[in-house]
Ligand binder design. Structure first.
Ligand SMILES: Nc1nc2c(c(=O)[nH]1)N(C=O)[C@@H](CNc1ccc(C(=O)N[C@@H](CCC(=O)O)C(=O)O)cc1)CN2
Ligand SMILES: Nc1ncnc2c1ncn2[C@@H]1O[C@H](COP(=O)(O)OP(=O)(O)OP(=O)(O)O)[C@@H](O)[C@H]1O
Length: 193
């Protein structure tokens, strides 16, 4: 029997939680080097990252390797369950959102619409070889980047994950926004849309 989405989420979370500190550090470094080596990800502009929580692959090394003219941003939860983004540098003030995830503490007027990014690094629990993604279940990325279903990037949507987060073919829901590419410590997958 195929697992339900909640079962699959638990299984993938357990696999990610089982990684050692050393494996996490090595993977984070490998992913950062892999991303920095992709010329198509080096265009200047706003780059949407995430603040890693709950065993997600950390992005500190990615932030240190941004291309000239790239500005690191973090997501902010909106009341309508979408995301906006705001530039953030180490030392800038943060405030925890309802899930306890730190967000830049900025006035709403200085936040960016997702369409203003050149690149978004997308957190996920699971991915498959077709570029489908299983997230935490809030639908935040699907809602925020729904416009990418009708047009091409930028912003390019690049999933970031440990190789152990690969799942068998994920059934795509009508609202799912597919990834353009995905980086793990082992490989770079481009889905060619
Ligand atoms: N680091 C990071 N930031 C992110 C996301 C993410 O996946 N990772 N998001 C991507 O969408 C958004 C937040 N989305 C979330 C969606 C659902 C839950 C959630 O349901 N949490 C459960 C417990 C989950 C668990 O730990 O098992 C809860 O609080 O009850 C949390 C965050 C924006 N920021
Ligand atoms: N464009 C949209 N408009 C309205 N509702 C949406 C949209 N996209 C997703 N949703 C809703 O969000 C819910 C969660 O979707 P899903 O389980 O695919 O989230 P996810 O991709 O795992 O989460 P996240 O992006 O937060 O990591 C769904 O029940 C769906 O109804």
């Amino acid at each position: 029997m195929n697992p339900t989405r909640p079962e699959l989420r638990r299984e993938l979370q357990a696999r990610r939680a089982a990684l050692s500190a050393g494996e996490r550090l090595a993977a984070a470094d490998a992913v950062a080097r892999r991303l920095a080596a992709r010329p198509e990800l080096r265009a200047p502009g706003y780059v949407g990252g995430y603040w890693a929580v709950g065993g997600e692959l950390p992005l500190h090394s990615v932030q240190l390797r941004l291309a000239p003219g790239q500005v690191w941003c973090l997501p902010l939860l909106q009341p309508d369950k979408s995301l906006r983004f705001a530039p953030w540098r180490p030392g800038d003030p943060l405030v925890n959102n309802r899930y306890g995830i730190p967000e830049p503490e900025v006035a709403p007027s200085s936040t960016l619409d997702p369409a203003e990014l050149v690149l978004a690094l997308v957190p996920l629990l699971g991915f498959d070889r077709a570029g489908h993604r299983l997230g935490m279940g809030g639908g935040y990325y699907d809602r925020s980047f729904a416009f990418r279903r009708e047009r091409t990037g930028p912003p390019w949507l690049v999933g970031v994950a440990y190789a152990c987060q690969e799942a068998p073919a994920l059934a795509a829901e009508a609202w799912d926004v597919d990834l353009d590419a995905l980086a793990t410590e082992r490989e770079w997958l481009a889905f060619g849309r």
